[in-house]
Design a protein around this ligand. Structure first.
Ligand code: FES
Length: 396
């Protein structure tokens, strides 16, 4: 079918039948990444806020797996959200006995810690099926006010890696104050991650964001990508241009352009970015596995996790962190709740969400600024993480 409506509207113009899309690049150069529609195994992922799990069990989907989060005193447990009897979600169940959940349908009762079938209320105390089966359990940890769930293979009697492995060290080793949002958005997690690290969009898509009035945006120019401590870091010399664009006219990026002070690129007063310097963070924008972006502004750091939900949904966890205590911390919290939450974690990143939802690649044709996207995909190929299979059956 012809792609151009204009051509189709003029019947006298012969139209060559052609492929429905232009020739472009598929993702075969990144086979691991290409198959990771549901993300990677053997990582801890941030999910919902701990305070969201109270008496009522809360169902979530993570990397295509249905999980129910259940509060058990001070801790939160994670179980596969499917009763092995007839497949009813355990998240609909009753909390009748301490440390257990009973399926709402026939009262099969599972221990929260072990996932084992401990009692079958409708089959009497001598029910022979008791203790014969269990539902899969998921390691859950609370950090930074969020519930972190481990998706991976833990052998019986073994422990998963510590959750700190998957949280940036500056967040676990310092006193801090934070504000944040965790919400499920449309689109695959990879488009979220690519959008976050994609420097071509920041000053164009977000040119209408109110947040732009207050903060600098990174832009593409003479970018190099370096790797340090598991992070991919964009190192840039931003350039101001006013140029003739052939066939388009004169255009300047003056309104967008503002130098970001970096340790090796001090601003005009000779100052380096104080947060970057103090935290020994090597760049303004960096990304790491399993899909975390870090943007180090001079006074705070913004983090975005792109957590796979299913093929078409991504959990977008945003944190804005200041390493302060006392009155400064309180003032930051107040500013976050009254302004930043709406300007930055709202209007600004909803522009990203809009694009993540409508991105339709591959096929794709890349351009110079996409070297950051390519670097991210290459990084994944180099690490060879375990891909979460698209058909995965959990439990017994
Ligand atoms: Fe769960 Fe029957 S379906 S007890």
């Amino acid at each position: 079918a012809p792609r151009s409506r204009g051509a189709a509207a003029r019947p006298t113009t012969p139209v060559e039948p052609g492929p429905p899309v232009q020739e472009g690049t598929d993702w075969s150069a990144w086979p691991t990444y290409n198959s990771a529609e549901l993300g990677f195994r053997n990582y801890w992922y941030p999910t919902i806020w701990a305070h969201q799990v109270q008496q009522k069990p809360v169902p979530i989907t993570l990397a295509g797996e249905r999980i129910v989060l259940i509060r058990d005193g001070d801790t939160v447990r994670g179980l596969h959200d499917r009763c092995p009897h007839r497949g009813v979600p355990l998240s609909l169940g009753r909390r009748q006995f301490p440390g257990t959940i009973s399926c709402a349908y026939h009262g099969w009762t599972f221990g929260l810690e072990t996932g084992r079938l401990d009692a079958v209320i409708t089959d009497g105390p001598d029910s022979p099926i008791c203790g014969k089966l269990s539902v899969a359990t998921y390691p859950v940890e609370e950090r930074l006010g969020l519930l972190w769930v481990y998706i991976g293979d833990v052998e019986p009697g073994e422990e998963p890696p510590p959750v700190e492995r998957d949280i940036p060290t500056e967040l676990t080793e310092n006193t801090l104050v934070l504000g944040g949002r965790s919400e499920v958005r449309d689109g695959n997690w990879r488009f979220g991650a690519e959008n976050g690290f994609d420097e071509g969009h920041a000053k164009y898509l977000h040119n209408t964001a109110l947040w732009r009035l207050f903060k600098v945006m990174p832009t593409w120019n003479k970018t190099r990508i370096v790797e340090k401590d598991g992070w991919l870091i964009r190192v840039q010399d931003e350039l101001h241009y006013e140029a003739e664009f052939p066939g388009v006219g004169t255009f300047t990026n003056k309104r967008w352009w503002k130098r970001v002070p970096l340790p090796d690129h001090p601003d005009k007063n000779g100052d380096a970015n104080p947060v970057i310097a103090a935290m020994d963070i090597p760049g303004f924008v960096s990304v790491r596995m399993p899909g975390l972006l870090r943007v180090a502004y001079p006074k705070f750091i913004h983090y975005e996790w792109y957590v796979p939900v299913d093929a078409d949904h991504v959990r977008y966890v945003q944190l804005m962190v200041r390493f302060e205590t006392g009155a400064t911390a309180l003032a930051f919290k107040a500013k976050y709740l009254s302004a930043f939450r709406w300007l930055f974690h709202g209007q600004f990143t909803r522009q990203d969400a809009w694009m993540v939802n409508v991105t339709d690649a591959p096929p794709e044709r890349l351009y110079r600024p996409d070297l950051s996207i390519n670097a991210w995909r290459r990084h994944v190929e180099k690490l060879q993480p375990v891909v979460q299979p698209t058909e995965r059956r959990v439990g017994h």
